[in-house]
Design a protein around this ligand. Structure first.
Ligand code: UT7
Length: 339
């Protein structure tokens, strides 16, 4: 699965200077879902580990959540919107097909110097954004970048389909990337790895709403603009791709799995995470989990988890953190960061 992938042992240092996240207030529990579709708390918990998820309000868009998370990351980095010269929002649930959600974020953060655009790499999107911002900073094109993973998946879920509607939630996470100076090496990106397999595009997608299948009066009832997934196939691919991506990023960083203090994986399914970390021989106390609270928030998942880990006792200076993700495309991505 890694034949068309790109890996990097990083040569010119770029660091994460701040993180932030935001989730909507409204909580939808497994018990709430029992009243909506033929499911049970027991099934959802045992098959996925998810207990509840957050749902954005009707007037709360992806860009609003992204802006909240971005502002918190800027505050922690000690810089203002006007100091940012690149904004990348990773999302599959943009406010509008055009302009990019990043443009709305630029406006709300008064980041008018920033070049702003979105990328679509599903659940791997935040780590794709991390890598492209890292390269742009390492090349000297930009100095400070704000990368955000943000999703309003509740707007793209078929709430009558129990196979998918129990899995997803809304939220946003962000990080400020900047060139490393000698005085502060905290958050340095040591290695990265990205990959894509377009042959498997059909096993996880939103089939309608694009140019291939515009939503019409005739097909509007068929939920074509909702997430569709062949769960078992995706599960197998996720385990293989994330394990390989993790191993490659660890090796490119010149480390072994024993050197990793904390794994922050994509938060789709606890069984997927256990399968990967068991194969890497990484104990559960070195794995950050928050999917019980938020479900699968796609591009936001790793970003929210990174911020929660950063703001808790889960990470200490000098820790080596492995980030690893997998999603539609298929796409996968990993990075090792020294905190
Ligand atoms: O973020 C991008 C990456 N996404 C992922 O990594 C997700 C990968 N896939 C998965 O996490 C799992 O495949 C799921 C959680 C989606 C499904 O778990 P599974 O163990 O693969 O279940 P399944 O799809 O094989 O379904 C098992 C049974 C079926 O019934 P039968 O055919 O055995 O009678 C389903 O109809 O469970 C049934 N089922 C449900 N039952 C209660 C499916 N959804 C539900 C539900 N509640 N919500």
């Amino acid at each position: 699965m890694t034949n068309n992938a790109a890996s990097n042992k990083v040569t010119r240092a770029v660091r994460i200077a701040g993180t932030g996240s935001y989730v909507p207030e409204k909580i939808l529990t497994n018990h709430d879902l029992e009243k909506m579709v033929d499911t049970s708390d027991d099934w959802i918990t045992s098959r996925t580990g998810i207990k509840e998820r957050r749902i954005a309000g009707a007037d709360e868009f992806t860009s609003h959540m992204a802006s909240h998370a971005g502002r918190r990351a800027l505050d922690q980095a000690g810089i203002r919107g006007e100091d940012i010269d690149l904004i990348i929002v990773a999302t599959i649930t943009p406010d509008t097909l055009t302009p990019a959600t990043a443009c709305y974020v630029q406006k709300s953060l008064d980041a008018y110097r920033a070049v702003a655009f979105d990328i679509s790499a599903a659940c791997s999107g935040f780590l794709y954004a991390l890598e492209f911002a890292r390269v742009a900073i390492a090349c000297g094109t930009f100095k400070n970048a704000l990368i955000i993973g943000a999703e309003k998946l509740s707007a793209f879920v078929n709430w009558t389909d129990r196979d998918t509607c129990v899995l997803f939630g809304d939220g946003a996470g962000a990080a400020v990337l900047t060139s490393q100076d000698d005085d502060n090496a905290a958050g340095t990106i040591l290695s990265t790895h990205l990959g894509t397999d377009g042959k498997q595009a059909a096993i996880l997608n939103i089939p309608g709403g694009g140019s291939a299948c515009p939503i019409t009066l005739q097909n509007a009832e068929q939920h074509l603009a909702a997430l569709a997934m062949q769960g078992r196939e995706v599960f197998k691919c996720a385990v293989n791709a994330m394990r390989q991506a993790a191993e490659i990023a660890i090796e490119e960083a010149g480390l072994t799995a024993d050197d990793i203090s904390l794994v922050i994986p994509h938060q789709a399914n606890l069984r997927i995470i256990d399968a990967i970390t068991d194969r890497l021989k990484i104990e559960k106390n070195r794995v950050f989990i928050n999917l019980d609270k938020y479900g699968n928030t796609s591009a936001a998942a790793v970003a929210i988890a990174l911020d929660e880990a950063n703001r808790s006792a889960a990470v200490k200076p000098g820790d080596r953190i492995l980030l690893v993700a997998f999603g539609a495309g298929l796409t996968w991505a990993s990075a090792v960061i020294e905190w």
